[in-house]
Design a protein around this ligand. Structure first.
Ligand code: TPP
Ligand code: DXP
Ligand code: MG
Length: 607
């Protein structure tokens, strides 16, 4: 059922296939209507959904108005805590555990967290607190030795430090022989050690890390053996104090193409089940390269002639398009794990020594590093380039993943420059502009394919804070940022057919704004619509409104189009953009409404 549905709708295949037995065992042992399972990231909860009343809706997975690809409290009482971003499960489960204790309930909370998510600081903050509180929290560490790509870092190496049976046996024999050779005391010590053999073994395995944090450690357990899992969870359910169960699983288990290539099958679009071949992308220009790909190849080219450029990802080398860079410049590439906060401050450190760090992070995950952007980068005016992929509507992953807020949370930070390209060709020039600029600078671009425009061979530096007039017109001014420029142009063409002449400005810079250009065309038209793929509150349109007001040039008619003050649901990018009124049709309709209102005002003023 999981394979068939994901092959049609897309989704997180390999993570889900890896935890089928684990999920069955948890639901078998625990009373999950009262005990709470918190799925870290939540991208592996499909079996849980099927087992908890959503089997008949499962075919609607990730589709508009269908069930979500992540746990949602609003979707089911069995979804104890909404997730999507990594590393939150232990904190949430600890909060629930403490609440249960305060309510004198004996029910438990179980955090299921992957080895990748365990690389994030928040997981450790929670483990540290849990060890101190000594409550009955259960943490299941689902260790498949993979993040999306192979897991990285010292912790990952430590977790996979498995002593082979042969090595353990030899070590044990050596210790026994040594103790036997000590007259008197030796055999007694041997007896004591034999009684506590289990804890000795734990000392030689990853258990020592968790025991140092005052957790009981059980593992490693074979994660595809249902009998072992059930037995272990039953044991754990009677242990007093926090317990960590270390389960070894295989990503993609049971579907050969996913077992062989778990990275590609981590999150997939529709594919052919027989071959595992992708059915191709449906967004953007049919054969156009993705913005991600253009970013990856451009930054690699720029790095050829600038040895100071270094690239940083937080566990997403593939998703951010940095795989090529990592192969070409291994010493200048850093995968820091799922640790966005660290990534940003690490970049700030590099910048103080004259390097030009390019931090490639999805817009939604950069939210994690807000204080680091302010305190470590902008306050010190350091030259860090933020390449923000997946800005705007991401589609089927939904509200946890839409890049809805970055324009608002970046534009008000002093020293920050913010750009958004109208197409994939402009992205190249913006990257060149960003690496040449000396200060904090962000470039945001959308998920999916570019528009299929012709690509310039050379990179150009764009003039700082200058927009581009794409079309003249005296009736109306459309000022668009990034992904909304193309729909604004299309809307202007449609309006023209009804004798409404709209000027269109591609803002290029959200900060600093091109005050001169915007003011002159606002004066000419007296009727302005701003369009952005970001929440309206505090975003691009608000920036223009503030600027016009400060310049004493507020037009009679002004409208901001963008994402509403609400969490936008999941569904295809096309459907959701239409719903938010930021596609060509929405812009055209908004223009008619605004012009009608304006004429109404004029008529009322006359009459
Ligand atoms: C804060 C944050 N950064 C990045 C991601 C993107 N992401 C989703 S799943 C994942 C890997 C998770 O690895 P792991 O926890 O081991 O789970 P697995 O997929 O191996 O089951 C990453 C990096 C995220 N969801 N949240
Ligand atoms: C679960 C998660 O956070 C990621 O796997 C995310 O779904 C990636 O989406 P993209 O397909 O946009 O890379
Ligand atoms: Mg993993």
């Amino acid at each position: 059922m999981i394979i068939c549905t994901v092959a049609k709708n897309g989704g997180h295949l390999a993570p889900n296939l890896g935890v089928v037995e684990l999920t069955l065992a948890l639901h078998y042992v625990f009373d999950t209507a009262a005990d709470r399972i918190i799925w870290d990231v939540g991208h592996q909860a499909y079996t849980h959904k099927i087992l908890t009343g959503r089997r008949s809706q499962f075919h609607t997975l990730r589709q508009y108005q269908g069930i979500s690809g992540f746990p949602r409290r609003s979707e089911s009482k069995f979804d104890a805590f909404g997730t999507g971003h990594s590393g939150t499960s232990i904190s949430a489960a600890l909060g629930i555990t403490v609440a249960k204790a305060l309510k004198e309930s004996s029910h438990r909370a179980i955090a299921v967290i992957g080895d990748g998510s365990m690389t994030g600081g928040m997981a450790f903050e929670a483990l540290n607190h849990a060890g101190d509180l000594n409550k009955n929290l259960i943490v299941v560490l689902n260790d498949n030795e993979m993040s999306i790509s192979p897991n990285v870092g010292a912790l990952s190496s430590f977790l996979s430090r498995k002593l082979s049976n042969k090595t353990l046996m030899n070590l044990k024999k050596d210790v026994e022989d040594f103790l036997k050779s000590i007259p008197g005391l030796g055999p007694n010590i041997l007896q004591i050690l034999k009684r506590s053999e289990d804890s000795l073994m734990t000392l030689l395995t990853p258990g020592m890390l968790f025991q140092a944090l005052d957790f009981h450690y059980i593992g490693p357990i074979k994660g595809h053996r249902l009998d072992r899992l059930i037995e272990t969870f039953e044991t754990a359910s009677h242990i007093e104090g926090p317990v960590l169960i270390h389960v070894m699983t295989q990503k993609g288990k049971g579907y050969k193409p996913a077992e062989c290539d778990p990275t590609s099958f981590h999150g997939v679009g529709s594919f052919d089940i027989a071959t595992g071949e992708s059915c191709g992308s449906s967004n953007g220009g049919a054969c156009a390269p993705s913005y991600t790909k253009v970013f990856g190849s451009s930054i690699t080219s720029l790095a050829e002639s600038d040895p100071k450029i270094v690239a940083i990802t937080a566990a997403m080398p593939q998703g951010t398009g940095l795989e090529g860079f990592s192969q070409r410049f291994p010493a200048r590439f850093f995968d820091v794990g799922i640790a966005e906060q660290h990534a940003v401050t690490f970049a700030a450190g590099l910048a103080t020594e004259g390097f030009k760090p390019v931090v490639a992070i999805y817009s939604t995950f950069l939210q994690r590093a807000y204080d680091q952007i302010i305190h470590d980068v902008c306050l010190q005016n350091l030259h860090v380039v933020f390449a923000m992929d997946r800005a705007g509507i991401v589609g089927e992953d939904g509200p946890t993943h839409h890049g809805a807020f970055d324009l608002s949370f970046l534009r008000h930070i002093p020293n920050m420059v913010v750009m958004a390209p109208k197409d994939e060709n402009e992205l190249r020039h913006m990257l060149k502009t960003a690496v040449e600029y000396n200060g904090p600078v962000a470039v945001r671009y959308p998920r999916g394919n570019g528009l299929g425009v012709a690509m310039d061979e050379d990179f150009h530096t764009l003039p700082m804070g200058k927009g581009e007039l794409l079309r003249e017109g005296n009736d109306l001014l459309l000022i668009a940022a990034g992904s909304t420029v193309h729909p604004a142009m299309e809307a202007a063409e449609r309006l023209e057919q009804n004798n409404i002449r709209a000027a269109v400005i591609n803002a290029r810079f959200i900060k600093p704004l091109d005050q001169e250009l915007i003011l002159s065309w606002t004066r000419k038209t007296g009727c302005v619509i701003t369009i952005e793929e970001n929440v309206i509150q505090g975003g691009f349109g608000s920036a223009i409104l503030e600027m016009l007001q400060e310049a004493g040039c507020l037009p009679k008619s002004f409208l901001r189009l963008g994402l509403p003050d609400a969490f936008v649901p999941h569904g295809s990018q096309k459907i959701i953009r239409n719903l938010c009124g930021i596609d060509a049709e929405g812009i055209e309709n908004a223009a008619y409404t605004l012009l009608k209102e304006r004429h109404g005002q004029i008529l009322r003023a006359i009459g």
